[in-house]
Design a protein around this ligand. Structure first.
Ligand SMILES: CC1=C(/C=C/C(C)=C/C=C/C(C)=C/C=O)C(C)(C)CCC1
Ligand SMILES: [Fe+2]
Length: 516
């Protein structure tokens, strides 16, 4: 059973009626929009890495028990230029490409530490971010693309750099109850100015109709521990009072990046894991906009996804999916994915780890400052005043974590994740209870599962009162897949909406309830 990662996927831009089996809860109305790579070769050229593929958006619209499906390629400048040239002319993270200077708009250049390189890609194949009332397809460059979440039409190209000093921006965002968004980016192109910036974008629409990012507010900046090698990060944590940023030893070498184009090597070759380095944990007070005084650190690790974070009795607790190195990125090279046996032999499964940061640094040298009874995570005061944190392993072989987002930043129990215990391709999804460490799972023969998205029942009190939506791909090629709806409590199927067309593997999804 093998997923054909490098096969180009077909788009289905007109809504397709699905066959619904079971009964869709009456309250569940809205659109699940998902994003991921779908096109891997153009003409004679092909991408090296799965994350490079051109963005194929798809959505399931649920309306009075009926469900429709559609999918559409993001019509960004990257897509248009590649199609027009009938070859890949725009570089992605794992593939360096060379534009034809007289033919396309990627002849526009940027200056990167005094070197001139082509503009970054707007192939936003990773996630969906809401800023104000606008939905965007996102990658991690300075460009995002506004989209219509229902028709999947591609709209304006939005350049973070016009509003903020950030050349790369994490594709995961946080939201608060008022609908404000919080994102984080790094300024890398200017000499000596490398820094991380957390910013807030107001919810709702602006009074003058200007783009939501226009009034973005810088919440705080964090200096890089090394100006020439800022950390790569893909998400961060947020509680009511704090941001958590992990400055990990997975680093971008910006001198290498500045010359990568000339050297004809990919951006990915400029990203290196430094196992000899520790991981710094920055805890930023949202009110003072400053880091707390204590210097927290832990051993070497690589984190892409935060699960959740919360404050409890003088501590900040946060859960992440942690790897020992950069193996997550390495596993997704398309030639490696063609050989799942060879790839699985080197597979080291990620661990869901819980870290606890004590808010008080009063303690003796050698004392564990974590006073919470329910965790084995520790934070030991060292001679020099630094605090060494050790994470508790909650479970392993899991990725793509989602929670009931009403519990983001709050003490929580449940996460919904893909089970990746044998390989990075999930064939099961699980509900994990961080209190009892118990798991419930859903699986079926010959399927691949995508990131499960939890939708709370309106007015629900219980954290797991709701539905989990996940897109299931049929492992038999050319056979349709379905949108699976599971009960959030029992993790039993409540309904599935089957489509006749082949569905592609994606990365992340976002549910827009009809009320919003
Ligand atoms: C193109 C490009 C980038 C793209 C990064 C991407 C696309 C990262 C995707 C990460 C994922 C999907 C992680 C999953 O856990 C960089 C390195 C930011 C900067 C240089 C240009
Ligand atoms: Fe992600």
């Amino acid at each position: 059973m093998q997923y054909e990662y490098s096969k180009n996927k077909e788009e289905h831009p007109e809504p397709i009626k699905t066959e619904v089996k079971g009964s869709v809860p009456e309250w569940l109305q809205g659109t699940l929009i998902r994003n991921g790579p779908g096109l891997f070769s153009v003409g004679e050229t092909s991408y090296n890495h799965w994350f490079d593929g051109m963005a194929l958006l798809h959505n399931f619209t649920i309306n009075k028990g009926e469900v429709t499906y559609r999918s559409k390629y993001l019509q960004g400048d990257t897509y248009k230029c590649n199609m027009e040239a009938n070859r890949i002319v725009v570089s992605e993270m794992g593939t360096m490409a060379y534009p034809d200077p007289c033919k396309n708009i990627f002849s526009k250049v940027i200056t990167f530490l005094s070197h001139t390189i082509p503009d970054f890609t707007d192939n936003c194949a990773n996630n969906i971010i809401k800023y104000g009332n606008d939905y965007h397809a996102t990658s991690e460059t300075n460009y995002i693309r506004k989209i219509d979440p229902i028709t999947l039409e591609t709209q304006e190209k939005v350049d973070y750099l016009k509003h903020l000093p950030v050349n790369i921006v994490a594709s995961h965002t946080h939201y608060d109850k008022e609908g404000n968004s919080y994102s984080m980016g790094t300024c890398i192109a200017e000499k000596g100015k490398t820094k991380y910036t957390l910013f807030k974008v107001a919810g709702g629409s602006s009074s003058d109709g200007s783009p939501p990012l226009k009034n973005a507010e810088i919440m705080c900046t964090v200096p890089c521990r090394s100006l020439l090698t800022p950390s790569y990060y893909h998400s961060f944590g947020m509680t009511d009072n704090y941001f958590i940023f992990i400055e990990q030893p997975l680093k971008l070498d910006i001198l290498k990046m500045a010359t990568a184009y000339l050297r004809r090597v990919s951006w990915a070759s400029c990203m290196k894991f430094h196992p000899e380095d520790s991981t710094l944990i920055h805890l930023i007070d949202r009110k003072t906009k400053k880091e707390v005084g204590t210097k927290f650190y832990t051993g070497t690790m690589a984190v892409f996804h935060h699960v959740n974070a919360f404050e409890d009795d003088g501590h900040v607790v946060f859960d992440v999916i942690a790897y020992n190195d950069n193996s997550l990125y390495d596993m997704f090279y398309l030639d490696k994915l063609k050989d799942p046996v060879g790839n699985s032999a080197m597979y080291i499964k990620p661990k869901c780890r819980r870290f606890v940061l004590p808010l008080s640094d009063k303690g003796e040298t050698g004392e564990d400052l974590v006073k919470l009874k329910y965790t084995r995570a520790s934070a030991v005061m060292e001679k020099d005043g630094k605090v060494l944190c050790q994470g508790e392993v909650l479970c392993d072989g899991v990725e793509l974590p989602r929670i009931n987002y009403n519990f983001n930043g709050k003490k929580y129990r449940y996460s919904y994740m893909c089970c990746v215990d044998l390989s990075p391709v999930a064939t099961k999804i699980i509900k994990f209870d961080a209190e009892t460490k118990q798991q419930l799972e859903w699986t079926e023969e010959d399927i691949f599962a995508s990131e499960p998205v939890f939708i709370p029942r309106p007015d629900a009190v219980d954290e797991d009162d709701g539905v989990v939506l996940t897109v299931i791909i049929n492992a038999k090629p050319r056979v349709g897949g379905f949108l699976l709806m599971l009960d959030g409590k029992s993790f039993k199927e409540v309904a599935r909406a089957c489509v006749d067309v082949e569905i592609h593997m994606d990365m992340h999804g976002y549910f827009i309830p009809d009320s919003s």
